[in-house]
Design a protein around this ligand. Structure first.
Ligand SMILES: [Zn+2]
Length: 195
């Protein structure tokens, strides 16, 4: 049985996922970033940790067959299929203050608030920040130390499959940033399937 969800543009979703289930995140129209945050089902002090994942993998790039680790160095997810092979571990979720800082816009929707709203139904209390795998986000590090955000490589219908390695609560935000090329300047929906 497949459970399917549509995340409208600029919105978020949280779902409970059991160990062994696979989450497929589909970029419906292309060039849309999905911020992906995870908490252990029974103990919310354990969460997906991009820094630990980079430490464990000795890499800042993840793709097919890579494991995503928790802050307690335990496998949370394995990427079992990846049609895009271009994601970002370096940036935390966008938040209202970011839009004020970078774009002088107040009250902007954000991945931080999308995730807070979605996780609320599962009793996950609001953290200081969400440290996410930014699926389909195209970040390039330059030799001079600059970090460039580029247009996502994902085409309409492209997807990534992630298999849960423990019982978790997953939060996914369709990033609401249309001010930069991060989502190709247009915010679009995501489709999620769990099987
Ligand atoms: Zn965002």
């Amino acid at each position: 049985m497949v459970n399917e969800y549509l995340i409208p543009a600029r919105m978020g979703l949280a779902i409970a996922v059991k160990q062994g289930q696979t989450v497929r995140i589909i970029d419906v129209e292309g060039e849309q970033v999905a911020d992906f945050a995870v908490y252990q089902r029974m103990d919310h002090s354990e969460r997906l940790d991009p820094s630990v994942t980079m430490d464990a993998l000795h890499a800042y790039v993840v793709g097919q067959d890579d494991v995503l680790y928790s802050n307690k160095y335990r496998p949370m997810f394995t990427i079992t299929r990846d049609l895009v092979q271009c994601h970002d571990l370096l940036n935390s979720a966008c938040r209202a203050e970011m839009y004020e800082f970078l774009y002088q816009k107040s009250g902007h929707r954000s991945c931080y608030e999308n995730l807070n709203e979605a996780f609320g139904q599962f009793g996950v209390s609001k953290p200081d920040q969400h440290y996410t795998l930014n699926i389909f986000m195209n970040t390039e590090l330059l030799p001079d130390g600059q970090m460039l955000v580029k247009r996502p490589k994902s085409k309409p219908g492209d997807f990534i499959d992630l298999r849960a390695e423990m019982d978790v609560i997953v939060g996914i935000s369709a990033c609401p940033c249309e001010e930069s090329i991060v989502n190709g300047y247009v915010c679009t929906p995501l489709r999620v399937q769990v099987h």
